[in-house]
Design a protein around this ligand. Structure first.
Ligand SMILES: [Fe+2]
Length: 223
């Protein structure tokens, strides 16, 4: 049992603000710990570019047996996409690096004379998912940023909840019922996120191919 003086104190603490009374903290009292940032950006002319990129990826699949990583089913190309010679792929890689630099500059605002430089780290590859394929929970150790770009979303059956969605997991281990950020694949969408952030892809059920490209990169601010 609390002494009555404490009860009065609690009552005062819980009292509703009076009209016009400010209820906020001063900026210097607050810390925003461990933020998780995700960049979402859309490619211009995505339709025509993706048509060509789709063709390149599917052609490559014919001669590359692929590798087994987080994917269950589907095709995961060898991780040499940074070096693919196709102009469409080279343009895409440059745009992804530039976007990684923009994201870095937003997180760590540049001072006059600073230069931000993103570079390949740990490979890049194409993913093709077909009926039943998915990706297990994983992250991309060692890189600073990871990126995913959607070339084709396939033709998913509408009656399957969460069909083929990309999902980020809440990174806070103590938040046992933490939420997730659900991304519905959309051709032309680029996402860049911290490489340590766990994610997975639900099983894709549908016709055609769901095609994405993934990159890992590192960044440096030169001052
Ligand atoms: Fe991944």
């Amino acid at each position: 049992m609390y002494p009555s003086s404490n009860c009065r104190y609690i009552d005062r603490m819980n009292s509703k603000p009076q009209q016009g009374q400010q209820r906020s903290c001063r900026p210097e009292e607050l810390s925003n710990l461990f933020p998780t940032v995700i960049l979402r950006r859309h490619m211009k002319d995505a339709k025509s570019r993706n048509k060509r990129i789709r063709k390149i990826v599917l052609e490559r699949e014919k001669s590359d047996p692929g590798v087994q990583q987080s994917n269950v089913g589907g095709w995961h190309s060898t991780a040499d996409l940074w070096d693919w010679p196709n102009p469409e792929i080279r343009d895409l890689c440059k745009w992804v690096l530039r976007s990684g630099e923009d994201l870095t500059a937003s997180m760590f605002p540049l001072q006059p004379g600073d230069e931000v430089k993103a570079e390949p780290y740990g490979g890049a590859w194409a993913n093709v998912l077909r009926e039943g394929g998915y990706n297990k929970v994983h992250n991309h150790p060692g890189a600073v940023w990871s990126a995913v770009y959607y070339v084709a979303s396939g033709d998913p059956y509408p009656d399957q909840p969460g069909n083929g969605n990309f999902e980020f997991m809440d990174p806070r281990p103590g938040n046992l019922h933490g939420g997730k950020e659900i991304i519905r694949p959309e051709p032309g969408l680029l996402m860049i996120f911290p490489a340590w952030l766990n994610h997975y892809v639900n099983a894709y059920h549908g016709d055609g191919e769901r095609i994405s490209i993934a990159w890992n990169m590192t960044v440096e601010i030169v001052r």
